[in-house]
Design a protein around this ligand. Structure first.
Ligand SMILES: [Zn+2]
Length: 293
């Protein structure tokens, strides 16, 4: 009798934990979350959860927590960036072999990584044309996992990819006056952006984001920036700008901020967040080269 009571209580708890009809989409990090929020806009009963906290930034060195694994165990589908951004992926496949995973990077032409531990650079979302491919891939994965919602997801996909395509054209136009210019960025986050919009990443400040530069690395960086005729230095809001400030003091180079769009508000995030950040980056670049308004 006691066993039955316990069992009933347990089943009741399970029923409470998973509301009937609730569908859970889990994303790996911020830009994929923004894309998924757009794809799931207006879908009632569909929860879009982001695994990494919104202040995490890129997933370099990210370790899965027990809470992350619990969230994934309850997910209907896991949406990822791919291109080796989620270095923990084999752990997920081992623990949850039946979890559908949608890889946003499928079909994206990957650039080699110059500094990291991965063979490819994973920062593919910073080219708006890639973002279109990514959103299409994520929509495929969502529609396969939530077939009842396919029509609404497809409509959201069409509207969002149209906006992203327009954004891409706009960025190309905005940045045409600075084509061929050299920039120095904080970590190796902007090769796709630079390739798409005609800039050249001439040097990168930190090989591993988060690590302080040694005096020797700092001296080498100062020499490199001088050799490059002191192009603008771009820090990122996610990381301290100490090294860039030191290099700027030594060389006279200007310091600006480019946002790789990997952090943001945890809730009430505008659906245009990615577009807003990309537009702001373009404006910043114009200003850095003395062409801003
Ligand atoms: Zn990164």
């Amino acid at each position: 009798m006691r066993f039955l009571k316990t069992l009933t209580a347990l089943l009741l708890l399970l029923a409470l934990a998973v509301p009937a009809g609730a569908e859970t989409v889990v994303t790996s990090f911020y830009p994929v979350w923004i894309f998924a929020l757009n794809l799931c806009d207006g879908l009632e009963g569909v929860e879009v959860r982001n695994l990494a906290a919104p202040e995490t930034g890129c997933l370099h060195d990210y370790q899965l927590s027990a809470g992350d694994m619990r969230a994934l165990a309850q997910a209907d589908v896991f949406l990822i960036n791919g291109a080796e951004m989620e270095s923990y992926l084999t752990h997920v496949f081992d623990a949850l072999p039946d979890l559908p995973v949608a890889d946003a990077s499928l079909g994206v032409k990957l650039l080699p990584s110059e500094t990291g531990e991965t063979t490819h650079n994973p920062h593919i979302w910073l080219d708006a044309e890639n973002a279109v491919v990514m959103v299409n891939n994520l929509a495929e994965g969502l529609m396969a996992a939530l077939p009842d919602r396919a029509e609404a997801i497809a409509a959201n996909r069409d509207a969002y990819t149209a906006r992203l395509t327009a954004l891409d054209g706009e960025l190309k136009e905005t940045l045409a006056p600075v084509a061929g210019r050299k920039i120095v960025t904080f970590h190796e986050a902007f090769p796709y952006f630079a390739a798409a919009y005609g800039l050249e990443v001439a040097a990168v400040i930190a090989k591993e984001p988060g690590d302080a530069l040694s005096p020797r690395e700092l001296a080498e960086l100062i020499a490199t920036v001088r050799d490059l005729d002191c192009p603008p230095l771009f820090t990122e809001p996610q990381y301290a700008d100490t090294a860039a400030r030191t290099v700027a003091d030594e060389t006279g180079a200007g310091v600006w901020q480019l946002d790789p769009c990997v952090t943001g508000p945890a809730d009430q995030v505008p659906l245009t967040f990615y577009e807003d950040v990309m537009r702001r980056n373009a404006e910043t670049l114009l200003q850095a080269f003395g062409l801003g308004e």
